[in-house]
Design a protein around this ligand. Structure first.
Ligand SMILES: [Zn+2]
Length: 101
């Protein structure tokens, strides 16, 4: 097996951080991922150039003013909605529209 390139190793470290970092939701900010002060994660975050409590805006629930992690997805009247579990149960299988921002 060929040795991994730096680019491949970086992608692997990012994947590990996303899998094992702690997920938090901060009101007004949204999803962030932290090291929980675990030294291996701190080194990985440093390698990636990430601060502890790294914002993950692409993981935010698609419902306006919800700052939870999008862990589910469902079709809704405004298209496909990536959302948190709470909003999945509110929008899944219904013809409901997203609130205006
Ligand atoms: Zn939500």
């Amino acid at each position: 097996m060929a040795r991994k390139t730096l680019k491949e190793a970086t992608a692997i470290i990012k994947s590990l951080v996303l899998q094992f970092g702690a997920e938090h939701s901060i009101p007004g900010i949204g999803p962030v991922i932290s090291t929980m002060n675990l030294s291996a994660l701190e080194e990985a975050f440093e390698f990636l150039g990430w601060p502890d409590m790294m914002p993950m805006p692409e993981m935010k629930c698609g419902v306006p003013n919800c700052f939870e992690w999008a862990t589910c997805g469902t079709p809704c009247r405004d298209g496909y909605l990536r959302c948190c579990e709470k909003h999945f149960s509110e929008y899944s299988g219904r013809k409901r529209r997203l609130p205006k921002t």
